[in-house]
Design a protein around this ligand. Structure first.
Ligand code: ADP
Ligand code: MG
Length: 888
């Protein structure tokens, strides 16, 4: 030990005596089972000796050793030893508290102690890590002890007893282990402006700080920043990763990052709240570039403010958060509305269901893959690496060149895999095309199909007979020079389609093949390839999407992440805007049911059970099942969402896109003005010789700017949620009660459907409370009630109506089956049984006969055909040979 170190050791002893006498006495009592660390506040150390404190920040590892040595050798009661106790510094100064996205190598943070704040995005299990390995010689039994560090596992060169080279066996009892865990800390969502990708850093934890946090927790982590060279396979690359050795992890008070609201802000907020047209002002501040949608925007405003969460005497609670769903035709501005909302809502997250279905995209073992070495069965490709069946999805690194489709150019190119996968059985579906190609994949695996606007990805479960799937033209690959005519360069241009066998498109590498049959084939073992460049490969000749990036990402670092916080958890106490909800993986969606009602998500995976908080509001958007709305069918049948999920939404808006000259003219004017404002602005800033003046720009922008800017609106909402907890007035209560009873009474007839359920009543109350909060009012008035009743009624009119009868019907929303449809099913089943009995010697009721008979009794033929299909998928009936039907 050097002179300086001895001196530092003395300094720490003095420091402990002065500030930590009691803490150390307590630690000594609780050590080692209940407590193993002495927590030292930076401020204390700084007060004791500023220079020592600063040295600690700059050389944390050396200083920590000295601080721990001082602790071990501290004057303790005779029989106590603090052999392995840690010293953990916390409460770092602002100078060393940095944003995750600002961590830069050049800033010289490397090797020093810093603190970051964020949300725990993922966590691994707590696992034992060997710190000193005992190698038992298999020849002479001598133990050779080797300390282990993070830079690879060290084995003995020779046995300390017999000096031979082993073989050795690790003796677990004689080895020393410590708990280890890795967490990924991501920037908090509210710190981000719309569209920014959150940055994250991995933090390694050891011993007593492991297992203390769960994904979704807001934490502040102090630790030592390191860089580490990335490897690809066994080779080092030029890139480095940043990570942190965590020293202390503190779960922050939930409100810790609430925004600062200054006195001036409050004054401005109070003045706004007083204005008579505050609701209009608010509505005009939501996505001003989107024309119309006053009701939807008002609903979004109400969602921002939220109702009051009620805690009942029996400890149960009623959620105050509002959940909303926009279902609508494509191109009607849903995504824009969502991303704008994410921009103005504190603590919000925007994701798209398209990207959030991560794992489980895969094909069956027989599938033929076009590799550069020829066509091979995927099972034969994978099994050398993963010979046994697996219980969880398993990947192994493996480079293999194969043909894949490049979305950017629309051509077939050669790319390399990074991993091969083997997966446990999952429900599968098989499609067969006109040219005789068959493809069987897990139900959520997307294949390339021909959409209205060109190639698009469609989960195989949604591919139907008559759709076209993309099959690369392998003659094209053989050609030495790729096609250069225009159509090949325009990936958007939908290639011409031919019915029947394979149709070719001029010059492009892709051809479209018509699907003739689809069939669900039950659970099968599956295989997959990860193709980082293009995310697809050619399976049985069809372009098939590979495992999503989210999963691949986690394999780069060899970490076994076991718990992950999804959007709903990340948006705890905020808004989760989830676009393309219908494209989300079924599993992810079913986890949402619980989240939406209980406001928490339970995860039980690989033996761990965790409950993650998700007290967020969901703003969802979805497209109708058939792309565009059919107003004559119940929405329950037009969106691919489970009725149980749909019924959790407080408000569901349907957005149809029907030509209407008057409306279209206004919409066009609005969009053109918005664009013009943008053009002027760009010209003024980009072109030095622009004739546009600042004044002109400001004038036009005035027209399209939000009335309350996003920054102030965010503060307004935060202020209201913090200070405003309105109560119902009698008048409001009466109005809501009357509305509800009136709706219900329409269902009082014995045979009439139940028009609405109590869920809608609760929704109305929440909305009315939110309406009061917009004014920062303490009371929910009759006006608030009227305002929201109008919205609820209009939403119900749009969706809660049985289109066949025009009556309100709760079942349309809550079960996806209207009463008239239920009746029809019952009648149909009766009819099927009847016909089946008549044709006793046949294997079931002949299909033709059933349809004919249905026609006779006045059932709509196409509806009956529809119903038969549906009952078949539900397993309520089956067709033994294609021509006959049997009821189960
Ligand atoms: P969706 O998600 O419903 O398919 P998008 O949000 O992607 O639709 O909108 C497509 C484009 O049309 C966007 O550029 C959007 O700005 C524009 N657009 C659609 N409806 C409107 C509207 N009512 N006002 C202004 N722009 C609109
Ligand atoms: Mg969209």
């Amino acid at each position: 030990m050097s002179q300086v170190e001895r001196q530092e050791l003395e300094e720490f002893r003095g420091f402990y005596r002065r500030y930590y006498e009691d803490d150390i006495a307590e630690l000594a009592q609780r050590y080692p089972n209940e407590q193993r660390s002495l927590y030292v506040e930076y401020d204390d150390l700084y007060r004791f000796d500023a220079e020592l404190a600063e040295r600690y920040l700059n050389k944390p590892e050396d200083m920590r050793e000295i601080a721990e040595e001082a602790l071990r050798t501290y004057d303790l009661p005779a029989d106590v030893s603090l052999g392995q106790a840690h010293v953990r510094l916390r409460g770092l100064p602002a100078s060393n508290t940095i944003d995750i996205r600002n961590i830069r190598v050049v800033d010289d943070h490397i090797g020093s102690m810093v603190a970051v704040q964020g949300i725990v995005r993922k966590a691994t299990d707590v696992r034992p890590k060997i710190v000193e390995a005992a190698f038992e010689c298999q020849r002479c039994g001598t133990m050779t002890y080797i300390p282990q560090s993070d830079s690879g596992f060290q084995e003995p060169h020779e046995c300390q007893g017999c000096e031979r080279q082993g073989p050795f066996r690790i003796n677990h009892d004689q080895s020393e282990f410590v708990d280890a865990q890795t967490i990924r800390v991501q920037e908090s969502p509210e710190g981000l402006r719309g569209g920014e990708t959150p940055q994250a850093i991995d933090v390694y934890l050891e011993d007593d700080v492991c297992g203390e946090v769960t994904p979704g927790d807001h934490v502040s982590v102090a630790g030592v920043l390191h860089i580490e060279q990335q490897t690809s396979g066994n080779e080092k690359t030029a890139l480095f990763d940043l990570y942190m050795d965590g020293v202390t992890v503190t779960i922050e008070d939930e409100e810790f990052e609430d925004m600062d609201i200054s006195d001036e802000d409050v004054a401005e907020i109070l003045e706004l709240a007083d204005s008579p047209d505050i609701y209009e002002k608010m509505v005009d501040s939501v996505a001003p570039s989107i024309y119309g949608y006053e009701q939807e925007k008002l609903a979004i405003v109400l969602q921002l403010f939220g109702g009051v969460t009620k805690h009942l005497p029996d400890e149960s609670r009623i959620r105050g958060d509002l959940h909303m769903l926009l279902i609508g035709d494509p191109g009607t501005g849903k995504s824009q509305l969502l991303s704008y909302t994410q921009n103005i809502a504190p603590r919000s997250v925007y994701t798209s269901g398209k990207g959030s279905s991560a794992a489980g995209l895969c094909v069956t073992g027989d599938t033929l893959v076009h590799t550069t070495d020829g066509i091979r069965r995927i099972e034969d490709i994978v099994t050398p690496d993963i010979p046994e069946s697996v219980e969880t999805e398993t990947a192994v690194e493996r480079a293999l060149d194969l043909y894949t489709y490049d979305e950017a150019t629309g051509e077939t190119t050669v790319a390399s895999t990074s991993h091969v996968w083997r997966m446990p059985p999952k429900p599968c579906r098989r499609i067969e095309t006109a040219s005789g190609t068959q493809l069987e994949t897990s139900r959520n695996t997307p294949v390339l199909t021909c959409g209205d606007d060109g190639p698009e990805w469609t989960p195989i479960s949604e591919v139907e007979a008559g759709d076209h799937v993309g099959t690369p033209n392998f003659d094209g690959i053989e050609r030495s020079s790729p096609a250069t005519d225009e159509s090949a360069e325009d990936p958007d241009g939908a290639p011409a389609m031919t019915d029947g066998a394979v149709g070719s498109t001029d010059g492009a590498d892709l051809e479209w093949d018509r699907v003739v049959t689809t069939v669900d084939t039950g659970e099968k073992e599956l295989y997959d390839l990860t193709v980082p460049e293009t995310n697809n490969f050619v399976a049985n000749g069809v372009v098939t999407h590979n495992t999503a990036a989210a999963v691949r990402d986690d394999f780069g670092d060899g970490q076994q992440w076991t718990l992950e916080a999804g959007a709903l958890v990340l948006a705890d106490k905020g808004i989760a805007a989830i676009d393309e909800l219908d494209k989300m993986a079924e599993d992810d969606r079913s986890a949402m049911h619980e989240a939406l009602e209980q406001q928490s998500i339970s995860i039980s995976k690989a033996g761990i059970n965790a409950t993650l908080k998700s007290r967020c509001s969901l703003l969802g958007a979805a497209n109708p099942k058939y792309g565009r709305f059919d107003q004559y069918e119940p929405i329950g049948e037009q969106i691919d969402l489970e009725p149980a999920l749909i019924s959790r939404f407080d408000l569901i808006f349907t957005v149809t896109d029907q030509p209407d000259p008057d409306h279209d003219a206004k919409l066009a004017d609005h969009i053109l003005t918005t664009n013009y404002a943008g053009e002027l602005n760009t010209q003024q800033t980009e072109m030095t010789n622009s004739e546009v003046t600042r004044q002109q720009v400001e004038d036009v922008q005035e027209e399209v700017a939000p009335v309350v800017d996003a920054e102030l609106l965010r503060k307004y909402v935060a202020y209201s949620k913090r200070n405003c907890f309105p109560r119902m007035t009698d008048a409001a209560r009466d109005a809501i009660q009357e509305f509800y009873v009136d709706l219900r009474s329409k269902g009082a007839d014995e045979d009439a459907p139940v028009p609405v359920t109590a869920r809608k009543l609760e929704a109305t109350v929440r909305l009315a409370e939110a309406s009061a909060r917009v004014r920062l009012a303490d009371e929910v008035t009759a006006d608030d009630a009227e305002r929201v009743i109008e919205i609820v009624r209009s939403c119900l009119q749009d969706i809660g109506v049985d289109p066949e009868t025009g009556e309100f019907d709760a079942d349309v929303v809550e079960t996806g089956t209207s009463k008239s449809q239920r009746d029809r099913i019952k009648n149909l089943k009766d009819l099927l049984r009847e016909v089946d009995e008549e044709y006793e010697d046949e294997p079931g009721a002949p299909r033709d006969q059933v349809l004919e008979r249905a026609d006779e009794v006045g059932m709509d033929r196409s509806k009956v055909e529809d119903e038969i299909e549906k009952l078949k998928t539900k397993g309520d009936l089956y067709m033994p040979d294609g021509d006959h039907i049997k009821v189960v």
